[in-house]
Design a protein around this ligand. Structure first.
Ligand code: SF4
Length: 434
């Protein structure tokens, strides 16, 4: 009889959340990997409960929950997003006896969702071993060991070591195939309106606020044929929207994204594409802009972060203002509307003045693009984290709950809060009129 493994994506616990094509891709990749062994896989995505809106995005069902004591001072509702606890427990009971539980973790400040899942499964499956992986587990090992206390904390990327670790529980795991199934072939989701896709892992840049290089040692791009096949298969099963999760989708454009898009166009694959992660505008030339348009990209997010030239250089030089202007020009020439082109700029970066943020907003207004003001919050292990610790602004053992970008700024900001509120209102009005 096969072993029975259960994979769980915990709830989001936050002040706000919206489903922009979210699926726990890391956990789903674990499932693909395990599909080559003598195990039966069961899966619960606690976040898979939302009202579908434009382009298959969704408004999560949510329930107000008690705030952890450290967040008591924040005057906003704290919620659990996704299925109800009752529904979760019913799903667990329906699955029945399990040999191993694998739980993922995404944002570090969502750890209460992970904790609650672990409490419930420990209650129901007393001695079943638990493995915790994912971003929070990789970046906040000590915290996760202490607060979640899994049997194994798995950090880093998936390889054969993973099987060795599992075998320590006394399982006899045998490989039965060398061709993993795609995650959507495993019957985990009832609705497959949208899907995420990764054409690469890691990022060749090293921005001081980003954890990409902490999670992936190197930058690797998949073969073009593999990417196109995956996209084509997804379109065949009825997926309407595909979101690229890559950190550097456009890097090596001539040998990666351009041939991928040409092939999608040649095969007449009809899906809408979205890039929720910021794109590197440096690589958008006339041809790439046209390919993006013809292939069916509907949501484009470009990275600027700051308009300040000195800070652009200090933070790794991934973009210049001229490069953004040029990219926006080509995108509009290719038929993208102002509303379809969104640009990220950050506020709250260490030593960043409100005037710098305003200058960024004004620059983007002139370009007539959608402005996405994003709050900076530090990630453990990054250069900016160390700088903030050095300056005494945060402590090395800061509770990840306080790194939630919707409150970090509120607590640690050097700006007058009313200034940033005014700017946010101004940006919303501008975006509405686009
Ligand atoms: S370019 Fe983007 S993904 Fe790459 S290091 Fe910078 S912020 Fe991270």
């Amino acid at each position: 009889m096969n072993l029975r493994f259960l994979l769980i994506n915990p709830w989001i616990y936050d002040f706000a959340a919206y489903n922009f094509w979210a699926r726990p891709l890391g956990l789903l990749k674990v499932a693909e990997f395990l599909s080559q062994f003598n195990v039966d896989l069961f899966f619960i995505d606690c976040c898979d409960s939302f009202l579908v809106k434009k382009f298959s995005t969704g408004k999560y069902h949510a329930e107000v929950v008690e705030k952890p004591s450290i967040l008591k001072g924040i005057k906003r509702n704290y919620k659990r997003y996704g299925i109800s606890e009752t529904e979760f427990i019913e799903k667990l009971k329906k699955i029945g006896e399990i040999d191993l539980i694998l739980i993922t973790s995404i944002m570090a400040y969502w750890w209460p969702g992970v904790k609650r899942v672990v409490e419930i499964v420990k209650d129901l499956f007393n001695n079943t071993p638990i493995i915790l992986g994912g971003i929070y587990a990789s970046l906040y090992k000590n915290h996760a060991e202490k607060i979640i206390n899994p049997d194994i904390l798995y950090s880093g990327q998936l390889d054969e070591n993973f099987i060795e670790k599992i075998e320590k529980f006394g399982f006899n795991i045998k490989r039965i195939s060398f061709s993993p199934k795609y995650w959507w072939q495993l019957g985990f989701y009832n609705s497959m309106l949208y899907a995420p896709i990764l054409t690469s892992t890691g990022c060749p840049f090293r921005c001081p606020y980003c954890a990409s290089s902490l999670l992936y040692e190197s930058f690797n791009q998949k073969k073009i044929t593999e990417v196109v096949k995956e996209i084509e298969e997804l379109s065949k099963i009825g997926v309407e929207d595909i979101a690229f999760y890559d950190d550097a989708l456009l890097y090596n454009a001539e040998t990666h994204i351009k041939p991928i898009l040409r092939e999608i166009i040649r095969r007449k694959i009809s899906v809408r594409f979205h890039t929720p992660n910021g794109l590197h505008v440096r690589f958008i030339d006339k041809e790439l802009a046209e390919l993006l348009k013809i292939a069916g990209f509907k949501t484009l997010r470009l990275s600027l972060e700051t308009v300040d030239i000195k800070r652009q250089i200090e933070t790794g030089g991934k973009v210049t203002n001229e490069e953004l202007e040029r990219a926006v020009y080509y995108l509009k020439e290719s038929g993208f509307t102002s509303r379809e082109i969104g640009v990220y700029i950050m506020y709250g970066l260490p030593d960043q003045s409100i005037d710098e943020v305003r200058a960024g907003v004004n620059f983007l207004k002139k370009l007539q693009v959608r402005i996405h003001l994003t709050e900076f919050s530090p990630i453990k292990g990054t250069y900016y984290w160390r700088e903030l610790v050095k300056k005494g602004i945060i402590s090395e053992d800061l509770d990840p709950l306080l790194t939630n970008n919707s409150i970090f700024f509120e607590i640690f900001s050097i700006y007058d809060k009313s200034d940033i509120e005014k700017l946010k209102i101004d940006v919303s009005r501008f975006n509405l009129l686009l």
